[in-house]
Design a protein around this ligand. Structure first.
Ligand SMILES: Cc1cc2nc3c(=O)[nH]c(=O)nc-3n(C[C@H](O)[C@H](O)[C@H](O)COP(=O)(O)OP(=O)(O)OC[C@H]3O[C@@H](n4cnc5c(N)ncnc54)[C@H](O)[C@@H]3O)c2cc1C
Length: 498
């Protein structure tokens, strides 16, 4: 019998941990408070429309990205998963001019030059930066000292050498924001396009990584999106003999003599030889322990003042919008105020081309409204008793904007479903409803130890533990937590069925 492992949280990090732990011989139980696995990696149906809730682009869809191996080992992707790599992948109209972000770098250069010959120098610089970042291949990290059944591919020296120019740029690009980087362009439309792809306060490095990912044929959308991907992972986990307890909330971690002994869920205690906490770290340390652990890395994470949160709109339109781009930014004459934040544009994703996302002849659209941390703003609305009314007003304004800019939607909107940071907090237990770290220019990339000084045999995983968060860091963190456990118990880490 293997060691009994209990994993708290069945999001990407938790399911990944479950899969590698089963492969490595642990007896595993995942406790998930929701009625389905996935956490933030989810989609939901309303009135026949499917609203994609997470994957807009998935780093690691290309085999050239080392994370592709992990997505495949966990069953998230397989040879049958069709990946959509749209090119162009973002569209906007600015002052009557059509602007596109192309994956193909030559096309992007030509397009920008045609629109703004005065920006020749800036266009060449952007193109050179993207080419440089395209050489970056982050190797798969293994925990120092862990015994591996199967070695992961090592990086070739020539690949490391090829990365040097990019590594030299990264320090500089970490210090300036995307908004400042984009200022090198005179053309306001290009500036707008570049500052809507990622939050504009993120370091320029994040934008360049994103553009390089896209130009390298990575960052696609797997058919079926978040819901089907997490289902494939959960199926992999269950096929390995792992237990998944849904609708089960962890309430307390039982600690005796500085060792974790189990997890309390309501009246029950699930015994454990070891635990991986794969729910949000900040919420976990504040709710699952008698007193929050005082490890310095936890203090560091908890000091974060802002998370990446969003107000999300799923929009069901009784019209076929397949002639519109799949991802577009609508520039507004008058800023649109969402939860106190003034948005000069509206970003939309259009799911018209996918099967079963909407009733026949209809279209599902989604929008992420805003970049600021609006959690306290929405909380205040709740306290005042105006939360529902404010959501209704937001829907009306959204409907008017859409009718004005996409006349086909006028009178055709069947549903607008709004999720606020409070909705995300309720469903995922994530701190402030946040789904990523807020990465600002000048911030440092951090890797946390993910263990506790005073309690043995417990490790942490989840996007919060691996800067800057998102799906790949959640995946990598789940695998790493199992490596930490293997090291502690002197067990060989396996990444295939024994
Ligand atoms: C609108 C939106 C768009 C996004 N777009 C992208 C994108 O395009 N690309 C990308 O890479 N990332 C994207 N992300 C981010 C990505 O979805 C998340 O970072 C990732 O899914 C986090 O995974 P996780 O496993 O770390 O945490 P979570 O998803 O938060 O999982 C934690 C799990 O723990 C469970 N849980 C919490 N408390 C308890 C408890 N007490 N007991 C039992 N279970 C508990 C929760 O229900 C949840 O299932 C997006 C997120 C959102 C919201």
């Amino acid at each position: 019998m293997g060691k009994k492992l209990v994993i708290v949280g069945g999001g990407i990090a938790g399911i990944t941990a479950g899969i590698y732990a089963r492969m490595s011989g642990f007896e595993t139980t995942i406790i998930e408070k929701h009625s389905l696995p996935g956490g933030n990696c989810t989609s939901w149906r309303r009135n026949g429309y499917l609203f994609e809730g997470a994957i807009h682009w998935l780093s690691g869809t290309s085999p050239r990205n080392p994370d592709n191996l992990l997505w495949r080992e966990t069953g998230a992707l397989n040879d049958m998963t069709h990946i959509y790599n749209h090119d162009p992948y973002l569209y906007t109209k600015y002052d009557g001019i059509d602007l596109y972000l192309y994956r193909d770098l030559n096309k992007l250069e030509e397009h920008f030059l045609e629109i703004s010959p005065d920006d020749l120098k800036a266009i060449k610089k952007l193109s050179k930066d993207i080419k440089c970042y395209s050489t970056i291949k982050m190797p798969l990290e293994n925990e120092k000292g862990v015994k591996l059944k199967k070695q992961t591919p090592e990086m070739a020296l020539r690949d490391i050498i090829a990365m040097l120019p990019a590594l030299m740029r990264m320090g500089r690009h970490m210090k300036i924001s995307i908004a400042d980087y984009a200022k090198m362009f005179k053309h306001a439309g290009i500036h707008r396009l570049l500052t809507t792809a990622c939050p504009p306060y993120f370091p320029a490095m994040a934008l360049l990584f994103f553009l390089a990912t896209m130009s390298g044929g990575d960052g696609g959308y797997p058919e079926g999106g978040s819901l089907e991907m997490i289902q494939r992972m959960a199926d992999t986990y269950k096929s390995l003999g792992g237990k998944l307890l849904l609708n089960t909330k962890a309430e307390k971690i039982i600690v005796e003599n500085n060792r974790s002994k189990g997890v309390q869920t309501g009246e029950n205690i699930i015994d454990a030889d070891c635990i991986i906490v794969a729910m949000d770290t900040i919420t976990a340390v504040n709710t699952l322990f008698d007193s929050p652990p005082d490890d310095s890395w936890i203090a560091d994470i908890t000091r974060v003042e802002k998370g990446c949160v969003c107000t999300f709109a799923g929009i069901g339109v009784k019209a076929d919008l397949s002639h519109l781009p799949h991802s577009m930014v609508i520039n507004l004459d008058e800023a649109f105020e969402v939860a106190g934040e003034k948005m000069p544009f509206l970003s939309l994703n259009n799911y018209a081309e996918y099967k079963n996302y909407a009733p026949e002849g209809s279209t599902a659209l989604t929008a992420i409204l805003g970049f600021d941390d609006t959690y306290e703003w929405w909380k205040n609305e709740k306290t005042k008793g105006t939360y529902q009314k404010t959501k209704e007003t937001l829907k009306e304004r959204l409907e008017n904007i859409l009718a004005h800019h996409i006349p086909e939607t006028s009178g055709k909107i069947e549903i607008i479903d709004i999720a606020t940071p409070l909705t995300y907090e309720r469903y995922t237990g994530s701190w402030h409803g946040s789904y990523m770290c807020r990465m600002e220019a000048g911030a440092k990339m951090k890797t946390y130890p993910c263990n506790l000084q005073n309690v043995k045999n417990i490790f942490f995983a989840g996007q919060r533990t691996k800067f800057p968060g998102g799906l790949p860091p959640a995946l990598e963190s789940g695998r790493r937590a199992v490596q930490l456990l293997c090291k502690e118990f002197n067990i060989i880490f396996q990444n295939e069925v024994i």
